[in-house]
Each structure stands twice: as structure tokens, then as C-alpha cells.
Design a protein around this ligand. Sequence first.
Ligand code: X8Z
Ligand code: ZN
Length: 614
Amino acid sequence: MKSTFKLTTVAILVAASISACNGDSTAKNDTQATNTASQALTAQDAEKFLTETAKEMVQLNLEGSRAAWINSNFITEDTSALAAAADQKSTEAGVRFAMAAAKFDHVDVSADQRRKLNILKQSLVMPAPQDSAKSAELAKIGAELNSMYGKGNYTTKAGDTLSLGQMTAKMATSRDYDELLEMWQGWRTISPDMKPLYIRQAELGNEGAQGLGYPDLGAMWRSNYDMPADEFAKELDRLWGQVKPLYDDLHCYVRSELGETYGEDKVPQDQPIPAHLLGNMWAQSWGNIYDLVAPENADPGYDVTQQLAANNYDEIKMVKGAEGFFTSLGFEALPETFWQRSLFTKPADRDVVCHASAWDLDAKDDIRIKMCIQKTGEEFSVIHHELGHNFYQRAYQNQPVYYQNSANDGFHEAIGDTIALSVTPKYLKEIGLIDTIPDESKDIGLLMKMALEKIAFIPFGLMVDQWRWKVYSGEVTPENYNTAWWELREKYQGVTAPVERDANAFDPGAKYHVPGGVPYSRYFLAHIQQFEFHRALCEISGNTDPIHRCSIYNNKDAGTALNTMLEMGSSKPWQEAYKVLTGNEQMDATAIIDYFAPLHSWLKEKNQGKQCGF
Ligand code: X8Z
Ligand code: ZN
């Protein structure tokens, strides 16, 4: 199954356009569009086309989502074949709809019709060429890549076969350089076999995008933001430019602390940081090495992972806890089916795609998450992230199917994270997870922990698609896939592969979203947006605490304001939705910069005399 359905989150709309028709009715639609094209098309024709297309989209979304759900929950040859077949059907439909929508390009239609037509033209993530053998091949490749990732594991030198979850736990907690290196290298043994499939997928996806009039697939992805594709790329650079000085100081400080821990021979102070030492399989967020870099005398004195254990939180209780935050804002509780149908723990007896996702099967109330929850503070945040998707899906369910999506894909990723920013000491005390709220003298510790999660992520959030855009444009060719990946890792993140990579290495494939075909710029955007949303919601809630101590828990005004934006779905350009909540039409990194300002001053002082940069 392809990109579309499995990462629900966003899938929805994409799914909508991808999965837009079946059998007879599709054929009828096409014929109509073709016939009318030769005559003069009218706004009335557009209306008819959009109405009929919507019906088919609803049906195919449901079929496609079910096939993808089953495949992701029981990875077998058969479920992969069924998911690929459903994906092929929806992708072919999506391509036909995009082509038919383009026929209205020069027709005088209403603004609403134009928006729906544009959505049909733009929202396929992996468009197929108009050739059924090639679309079947593309769908099969997508299912295969996804299965390879889902089934991935590594047998250690000691003979233990470890899942990604187990290796992730070791990356988080081990401080043994060689053990970390083994985990890091071990996980990357799953991806060399993906490379030929990935090369072919890029070729076919590009052919599909070109068939729809885009220069390449990367350009098609960039065209989805209510602004010209080139401007979008510039926006990302602008936002990164705002955050980079803070990142550079965080990097400098962390590198010097790691130098103390592992020795400067292992962590040279004028080089990028070895990627296996940052507490995360992809060095994408560094919260797990907080203990190594914690500021002296400013540690808040609690650890959410330990507090969850001390308070007997199991996986369900963690999800209930996160749900409780949303209901405290006035959102309705999750339906009974959510609890019956979701996957919360890794099954012992079968392969599943463990990467967390949130699903909306029927655009009514069949919402679910699928996640192999580990009982850690980090995963407690991920649960909030996933439920953010579900509550968003529910909020826009009354929109026409075209608009059953977030305002832009960053919004979908930002909502649950916004809520998790309110998981402050005050909130944790309120729900009984900690006994005392650390005083102000501990703020640098709190901010450090958060910066390791959020600031560290930002350049990673940017580089993944910088790499894919270069692959799709042909600037990076298959012989250079891996070297280009590491060039970008060094350039943006200042991290390096800890050992020389084999000629056949395909390290991008060891990151879920690459074999999964899920665009990644959305997470970069979300990291900027969530701080703007948090700031706006805190203001609405009448908060008087410093922003990093603000929690909107229980505040119905904040809940109502959030819901007003969520229920718009993608019915308006994202700038309008953004304005509804933040008052701004442009994304801006000042909220995140302001949030971390005290930490930034502290870092600058600590870094005095250090050699920064990479
Ligand atoms: O993939 C996710 C979510 C599901 S949409 C768990 N995230 C990115 C990742 O894990 O790489 C959330 C943050 C970045
Ligand atoms: Zn997500």
C-alpha cells in the first residue's frame, strides 16, 4: 500500500484524490469529461464533475483505507497484494481525475470550484504514469518497500534478533559507543535491498508527475502550499535561516558535552557529530541524551518515563491520558470503536508497520491509531501527536470530501504537538504524574530538554526532502544517493556517518518516510507552526506564565479557537486558516525563537571560547 492511506494523518485528502473512482462510474466520468472538453465546458459541467467525483472518492477512500489498514497490521504476501491492488485502483483514479480537472483550467468557475479542481490536480503523492502495467508496478513497489521496512530487524553479533523498537530503546539509553554503533549499523542493513525498488519508484513517480504537467515529482510536492512551488522552497530556507543561529549554538554545546562523555578523539570538536551518539536512530531528535547535557543546578528533577512507571501507566492509560487533554478543551471523547480497533502494542506473532500513524477509515467516526507504544515520555508525546491527527480528522468531517484534510500538511502534523507543548510541569502535577512543580531556577533544564527534541529536529525535517527533491529532479543520481544524503546531513544537521558507508548502502531507506513515500517537509513546517499555535492558544487562555510554562489544559476558550481552525479543513488557502488562530498569514519562526530565548542566551555564554561550527 502506498503513501496515501497508511500514514493516515494526511492521507485523507490525498487518499481522497488518489482513491477517487471505481469501475463503471469512473469510466462514465471520464467519458463525460472528455466529451464535454471538446465542446465548451461550463461551471455547471464543473459542478457535475465535482459532485460525481466526490461520491467515488468516498467509496474508494474507504476501500483503500481498509486494505492499507489490514496490510499494515498483518504484513503478508496476500495483504500486500490486496493493498497494492487497492492502491493501484485509487492512484489510477486520482490520475484520471487530475487530468479531467485540468480540462477546466480555462473555464470560468467559482472560487470554490477552482479550489476543488486544483486539489484534484495536485494532491497525489505518488502519481502513476497512464499505463496500467506501470501503475501496477508502481503500486507493487510501494507495497514491497513498506513491507521491507515493517519487517526489518537485525541479528546482533551476540545472536539476538532485535526489532526497530528494541534497537530504538538501546539507542536512547545505551552510552556504550560500540553498542550504539552496532545498533546504528545494524538497522541500516535493512535498506540496501530497497535501492533498486526506490530507483524505479522515482522513475515511475516522475513519469506520473510529468504526465500531469509538472517538471518532476518534487515540483509536484512543492506545489501543494497555496503558493508557487519555487516560493515554497524559498519559504523553507527563510524559516530555517531564522532558526539556524539557535541550532548552531545547541549543536556546539551538545558536541562539547559529548566530547566529554566519549572523548574528543571520538567526537572531534571541529567536525560534525557522529550520528549514533544523539540518542535516536536517525539523530533527528536528541531528547534521550538530556542526561549527558543537562545544565548543572537546573535540572527539573523528574523524568516522565520514570513517572509513568511509578504511576502504573500502561499503554492504554497513556492513550487515555492524552485523550483527556483533548476532552479538557471541549473536544468530544474518542468513540468506542477507537478503543476496539486501534493497535496499541506490538503483536508478538506477526509483522506490523510499527511506525506510529493515525487513521480515519470512513470520514465519519471510525478513527484509530496504530502504534507499537513504548512506555516512555517520548512516546507519551507521540500519542498526543497521533491523537492530534484524529481530532483534526473529526473536526473537518463535515467538509466536502475535497476539503477533508488539513490546511496544509504541516498543520496536520502540528496539532498534537501543539497540545504536547502544554504537557508542562503544572499539567503533570494536575494529573498526578509528579508531586511538585520545579521552580523557575529549573527553567533552563526544561528548555534544554525541549530544545533537544524540537530545535534539533528542524534541520533533519528540512534535509529529508531536500534530498528527495534532488533525486526527483535528477540532480542526484542513483550512484550518488547515499553520498548526497550524507552531504545534506552534514550541511544541515552537522552530523556525520560514524563509519565509512559501503558502496551499496542506502541509508535514506532506513528512515520510514522514504520507503513509505511520505513527504517530510510537513514535519519541518509543523515544528515552526506548533510554537505559533501554542503562543496564540496561550494568549487566548489568558496565560500569564512564561510561554514554556503555559498549559492550555482545561481551557475551553483555547479549545474553541483551535476547533474553529480545525473544522475549516482545507476549504480555504492555509494562510486564512493560519490567520484565524494566529492572526498571521505568513509562517514565522519568532514564536519558537522567543520560546527558547532564555536558553539561547545561556548557550551563548556556555559556548564562549568554544570552537563552534561544522
Ligand atoms: O512520523 C511521524 C509521526 C507520524 S505522522 C509519528 N513523525 C516524524 C518522524 O517520526 O520521523 C513525527 C515527528 C517526525
Ligand atoms: Zn503525524
